[in-house]
Design a protein around this ligand. Structure first.
Ligand code: FAD
Length: 448
């Protein structure tokens, strides 16, 4: 049956035994083994429609995955649909809109938008697909100013469960448009997305880093600065264990560090004034802060761009009071976060906390901070210690964590219902059952 597919599509079809199949089924995050039936690399929307019709004819499921930044062990027996060859980006500067094909990355959009002094609501890395990001809500560097990225989608082009290719907007199909904006990839295969862009004539940003011995002082300054931060300022606090790699210069090689990552949508003078708390802390080993071209946003956190196997968890914090700060430092130390690679706290609030009548399934977030802890799964035996450290951090912080998580930060195969209030999740399930009754679409965090 997969052979029939080869006759009708332009892209590559690979099954077990084909040269390149093993490589093609691997996700970017190789912590998960994806035992799929076939991999199809679609060239265009017509290929996508053919795959969906074929799957539904033979009772198979389709798991769409441009990259595998958020893989799933639940794709067994599916057709893994790669959209990574579909990456055209077209900016309409007069409308401040970009049409982005399903495989295009944030970096490609940032580069295209920067030519017009515009930017999009990208997160910490330019490597993830815009489509995967907005389908999960998308927590951007500029979320405090503009809210979830998903709430700034103008339209989706998609192939539905009947294999029809169509454009979906708030007016044409309000239910599906709502679900796709933060409810994940369970309802259709998106072939392109139209997103709003925003003026960004000036961007200040960068990373400040100290040895981990300064963690308590940096956390105190972070709490002070975030208490009064304007929505144009975004601060992230990270405890980091750098690897002992020869390519890292001294003193960074193997360093247990504490970092402040920052963006400010404005000029340098005002930014430095807002960051004065941090300049008073001595001993910085790195300071990359300065005026930045907007398309270099994804470089601030120096996140890996090459495939990386990782185990991550996250929680939303209702506050970061004295007790939570002391607890956090005790639970992540002493001295190093190892076997984790990082523990990051993102300041939320601003527009993320404001309910909007036109919001998608991502809604809004009332929690003030998010904590995100990850370890690199370099060999399978590391899974136990990484999970134990993540669990002990979660236990210690439990008095100030809420019961909700951010969808794009769910761990592998963590259930989708943890990312939504109960009534939102019930509505997503109803839409899934109505729009995809045969279960043709299989997302990484299924709602059904
Ligand atoms: C280094 C790193 C940094 C990150 N930083 C942030 C951040 O700052 N903010 C944030 O919110 N998230 C962040 N994330 C999480 C990231 O946004 C999610 O993992 C997102 O799902 C990645 O999208 P992808 O398409 O690249 O990944 P993939 O694993 O390829 O896809 C993820 C899922 O998206 C769905 N999907 C993707 N494309 C389609 C499509 N065309 N049609 C239907 N469904 C589709 C599928 O359900 C798929 O399983 C980060 C992840 C990494 C690895």
């Amino acid at each position: 049956m997969i052979n029939d597919l080869r006759q009708v599509i332009r892209g590559r079809v690979l099954t077990d035994g084909d040269e390149g199949f093993e490589r093609a089924r691997e996700p970017w995050d190789g912590a998960v083994d994806q035992r799929v039936l076939a991999v199809v690399e679609a060239e265009d929307a017509a290929d996508v429609a053919a795959v969906v019709r074929h799957a539904s004819l033979y009772g198979l499921a389709v798991a769409t995955q441009p990259n595998g930044h958020a893989p799933s062990a639940g794709f067994e027996g599916t057709i893994l649909l790669r959209t990574s060859r579909m990456r055209a980006v077209h900016v309409r500067p007069e409308e401040r809109v970009a049409r982005v094909e399903a495989g295009a990355s944030w970096q490609e959009v940032l580069t295209a938008a920067a030519k017009h002094d515009l930017t999009g609501l990208a997160g910490s890395t330019g490597a993830v697909s815009v489509t995967g990001f907005v389908l999960g809500g998308g927590l951007s560097w500029f979320g405090r100013k503009h809210g979830f990225a998903a709430n700034h989608v103008v339209a989706f082009e998609l192939v539905d469960a009947q294999g029809e290719h169509r454009r979906v907007t708030a007016g044409s199909d309000p239910d599906l448009f709502w679900a796709l904006r933060g409810g994940g990839g369970d309802y259709a295969v998106v072939t392109a997305v139209e997103i709003s862009l925003f003026p960004a004539p000036e961007l200040f940003g960068g990373r400040l880093m100290w040895p981990a011995a300064r963690a308590a002082e940096v956390l105190t300054a972070f709490r002070e600065a975030t208490r009064t931060a304007p929505d144009d300022l975004t601060l992230w606090f990270t405890l980091l264990q750098l690897p002992p790699l020869p390519e890292l210069p001294e003193p960074l090689r193997g360093l247990s560090a504490v970092c402040l990552d920052v963006t400010y949508l404005g000029g340098e003078e005002k930014a430095r004034e807002l960051l004065a708390h941090f300049d008073a802390i001595p001993g910085a080993v790195m300071d990359t802060r300065g005026m930045l071209p907007v398309d270099r946003l994804g470089e601030i956190c120096m996140e890996p761009t090459d495939p990386t196997p990782a185990l991550v968890t996250s929680h939303l914090l209702t506050d970061l009071d004295d007790r939570a700060a002391t607890t956090l430092l005790a639970a992540t130390g002493p001295g190093t976060v190892a076997p984790l690679a990082f523990v990051m706290i993102r300041h939320l609030g601003g527009a993320l906390a404001v309910p909007r009548p036109d919001a998608g399934a991502c809604g809004h977030l009332t929690e003030k901070y998010q904590v995100h802890a990850g370890g690199m799964l370099l060999w399978p035996e590391m899974a136990g210690p990484i999970r134990e450290r993540q669990a002990s951090i979660a236990r210690a912080l439990s008095p100030c964590t809420s019961d909700r998580k951010v969808f794009t930060f769910l761990g592998h195969d963590e259930p989708a219902d943890t990312a939504f209030p109960a009534e939102t999740f019930a509505r997503l399930r109803r839409i899934k059952i109505r729009r995809d009754p045969l279960g043709t679409f299989r997302s990484n965090h299924p709602v059904r």
